[in-house]
Design a protein around this ligand. Structure first.
Ligand SMILES: [Zn+2]
Length: 414
């Protein structure tokens, strides 16, 4: 059992019903010879009076719900007046001990919050509060030194496409540390400015690389605030734009064919995923169907071919050759008569310099990091986790992806 200086365990009582234990109560008392401490400044101060007994739930022992009982003193601090004493296992008015909050928060990383609440016979709310406490402690104690590369990304959340359905996230994507640094509502300039402000001017000044999508508000803020950093459009987002374009071509063609004859439309049926995957990774029967499709004169086949060709770009080492290839690709895309592909080409041309920065930064930033973190975020924000509020989800994101330092605890069970 953890020892608290100035306090003693007075009594442990187990309550049973029909021969089965259902709760354990641990009564604590203040040590006679040691003065209480002021909760504001933690300095010893003379006792003033005693408040009614309070209870705090503690880590379950042998699976039995356990609580602490203690009647706090009030002390007369010369500086702060009459205040409640400092209680080392408690934080503010919470009815849960710090040990229990740490315990629940650690389990909440492995189980869903609801499962955590069920297993340890507590409420969802108390799991949420525990995670929140844990995260806030972590955010207050984390180190932001040495952040050189960040990725800025937007994440869709919940249903609909309103401004509130998007989040802006900032990741650290240095090779030695990949983590979530910040999350905020919406994806406007104001959001990103708020995020950079939260990281502090020191961090922003020290940035060498910023990775992002071609989202205009982000581009503008990054140019204005982190002008010294090399701004890179990352491969993950460009691949996403290309895939979306191929899919648009497929859908449009599919409905065109269906209007003509059912048989012709068969070719495009169930082809969405084989078309979007990297060509070299499509195998088996999907491969046969893909080959058949590619042999046809369909627009989808041409779009797919353009998408696959684009992939060669990432193999270049020289910025000049990469630039030449990009010109060639855009030229072909513009002549393809496929409006979605032309749109991508125009977008890439408009941001050519930023795209080529990818080759200038090569080897310096871990290129899969944004994608990896983006995928992990999707797992957390998936609706099945059932976060009832934005704040709960924000806490969950920091909790699982923030690599935050943890408050020390004598009860690390997992
Ligand atoms: Zn004080």
């Amino acid at each position: 059992m953890q020892r608290f200086v100035g306090f003693v365990y007075q009594e442990v009582r187990m309550h049973c019903r029909k021969g089965q234990p259902y709760s354990i109560e641990i009564t604590l008392a203040s040590h006679g010879g040691i003065r209480g401490r002021c909760s504001q400044c933690q300095q010893p101060a003379p006792s003033y009076d005693r408040l009614p007994e309070r209870r705090w739930s503690f880590v379950p022992l042998w699976g039995i719900p356990t609580c602490f009982r203690y009647a706090p003193r009030r002390v007369q601090c010369p500086k702060h007046g009459v205040v409640v004493e400092h209680i080392p296992w408690s934080e503010g008015k919470r009815p849960v001990t710090c040990a229990m909050m740490g315990f629940l928060a650690r389990w909440a990383r492995r189980l869903s919050w609801r499962e955590t609440a069920q297993v340890f016979q507590t409420s969802w709310e108390s799991v949420y509060r525990s995670v929140e406490w844990f995260v806030q402690w972590g955010l207050a104690h984390r180190e932001l030194q040495g952040v050189e590369s960040i990725g800025v990304d937007e994440i869709h959340w919940g249903h609909g496409l309103r401004a509130d359905n998007f989040l802006t996230v900032i990741y650290q994507i240095d090779a030695h540390c990949r983590r979530l640094l910040w999350v905020g509502k919406r994806r406007s300039q104001a959001t990103l400015r708020r995020g950079l402000k939260a990281l502090g001017p020191e961090v922003v000044k020290g940035l060498r690389f910023v990775c992002s999508d071609m989202w205009k508000p982000y581009l503008q803020v990054i140019a204005a605030q982190a002008g010294q950093a090399l701004h890179v459009l990352d491969r993950f987002h460009i691949t996403m734009h290309l895939n979306q374009a191929v899919d648009q071509v497929r859908r449009a063609e599919s409905s065109r064919l269906r209007a003509k004859s059912k048989e012709a439309a068969q070719r495009l049926k169930h082809m969405r995923w084989p078309l979007l995957r990297r060509g070299s990774r499509v195998r088996g029967r999907a491969r046969q169907r893909l080959d058949a499709l590619l042999a046809s004169k369909l627009a989808t086949a041409r779009a797919w071919e353009l998408k696959e060709t684009f992939f060669h770009l990432w193999g270049y080492k020289s910025v000049i050759w990469a630039g030449a290839f990009l010109d060639y690709w855009c030229f072909r895309a513009m002549r393809s008569r496929l409006e979605p592909m032309k749109k991508v080409a125009r977008m890439l041309r408009a941001h050519e310099e930023l795209l080529l920065n990818w080759f200038r930064a090569k080897g310096e930033i871990s290129t899969g990091a944004v994608e990896g973190l983006n995928n992990k975020i999707r797992v957390v924000t998936r609706r099945s986790y059932g976060f009832r509020t934005y704040n709960a989800m924000e806490m969950a994101l920091y909790h699982t992806l923030g690599r935050l330092p943890e408050p020390e605890s004598a009860h690390k069970f997992c």
